[in-house]
Write a protein that binds this ligand. Structure first.
Ligand SMILES: *[C@@H]1O[C@H](CO)[C@@H](O)[C@H](O)[C@H]1NC(C)=O
Ligand SMILES: *[C@@H]1O[C@H](CO)[C@@H](O)[C@H](O)[C@H]1NC(C)=O
Length: 351
């Protein structure tokens, strides 16, 4: 009888231990990338790529501009909330927050950046390598505050959101001559970016990151700014840019498979948002939208950043009717739909 009891006890012990270690609740959301996920770092650096003024943020929790390129919240915020953490992820450079705040969520992203150093140079924003330097600095503060063991646990169990790449093509390769001169074609530039991506993921793995979600390119030919200049196609989506996005995302997906095989304990998901975004753009009314061709801000065709003028009489009344908030960025409602989709399809395994 006693033996039996001990056995039961032992089994239960194993089950409890196993379920705790395998479900490994996410204690923190840690974000790297560009304006698709920047929650306000650019407010604290001298760059033109900023949005810390009205009408940005007009539907945010307190109606204030935050540096998010949106009328409200963006995907890291929605994902953080879905994981039972805060409804917003603070920007690392924001002095209003300290290390105890950042322990449950921190954003290193910078609007305008890319995998390629030459991309972040365009608007003097934070290059990806520097986002990693901030992450190292964060680790030092986390260890000083919580001790080695607790800090390592947070870093290991955190969910890392990485969303980047659009600017490498639209702000850099297709806008400036250098990279097009250097590479024979866009495929070669994609391969160059994939090498940079691999180096980045291996580096954060070495620094302790394990659960990673990467979102690469949207159907970037359907961004209002790109449609506005697509005069010959009656302002339809620029199919060439969408093809590049699909091709690059395919290469990134293969990188994800490779890294999951190569790196022990690595759990990386390819949280591809291309399909859902294309669905929304091509069938806006199925998602409750009235307009997918132009952004809400101003005329919606070119305005973003400083051009998104608080005085513009053209700015829409209800951003929830628009897929895009400005000429380059989704509205809060689109971000929410995309976040819910990504959570259900890719991130639920970490919940
Ligand atoms: C962080 O700020 C909060 C108040 O916002 C304060 O209660 C807490 O003690 C601070 N923590 C550190 C480590 O400074
Ligand atoms: C990007 O710049 C950083 C800092 O100067 C440098 O360490 C890194 O090697 C550069 N990356 C590439 C691919 O040139």
């Amino acid at each position: 009888m006693v033996k039996m009891y001990t056995l039961w006890f032992f089994l239960i012990e194993i089950i409890i231990h196993f379920s705790i270690s395998s479900s490994g609740k996410v204690p923190s959301i840690i974000v790297f990338g560009d304006s698709s996920v920047d929650t306000g770092n650019n407010n604290f650096i001298p760059t033109m790529a900023r949005s810390d003024f009205k009408p940005y943020g007009r539907d945010f929790l307190n109606g204030n501009p935050t540096g998010r390129f949106s009328n409200g919240r963006i995907p890291p915020d929605f994902i953080s909330e879905a994981f039972g953490l805060r409804p917003i992820v603070p920007a690392y450079l924001d002095p209003a927050y300290n290390i105890s705040d950042f322990a449950s969520g921190v954003c290193f992203a910078s609007a305008g950046t890319g995998f390629d150093n030459a991309t972040s140079n365009v608007a003097d924003v934070i290059p990806l390598w520097k986002e990693v330097e901030y992450y190292k600095d964060y680790q030092i503060k986390l260890r000083a505050h919580f001790g080695e063991e607790k800090a390592n646990e947070i870093l290991r169990e955190a969910l890392y959101l990485v969303s980047i790449g659009t600017n490498d093509f639209l702000e850099n390769y297709y806008t400036l001559p250098e990279r097009r001169y250097e590479f024979n074609n866009v495929e070669q530039y994609e391969d160059f970016l994939i090498i940079l991506a691999e180096n980045f993921f291996r580096e954060i793995y070495d620094l302790g990151a394990r659960k990673i979600s990467v979102t690469a390119l949207p159907p970037m030919g359907c961004l209002p700014l790109e449609r506005a200049i697509n005069v010959i196609d009656y302002h339809g989506c620029v199919e060439g840019y969408n093809d590049v996005a699909l091709e690059f995302n395919g290469k990134l997906g293969r990188l994800v498979t490779k890294l999951n095989n190569d790196l022990f304990g690595f759990q990386m998901v390819d949280a591809n948002a291309y399909d859902i975004l294309l669905q929304i753009v091509t069938h806006p009314s199925s998602f409750g939208f009235e307009d997918a061709r132009v952004g809400c801000c101003g005329t919606g065709r070119f305005e973003m950043g400083f051009f998104c003028d608080p005085q513009s009489p053209f700015t829409c009344k209800d951003a929830n009717k628009y897929v895009f908030w400005d000429a380059f960025h989704p509205s809060e409602k689109t971000s929410q739909i995309v976040s819910n989709y990504l959570i259900q399809k890719y991130l639920a395994k970490f919940l």
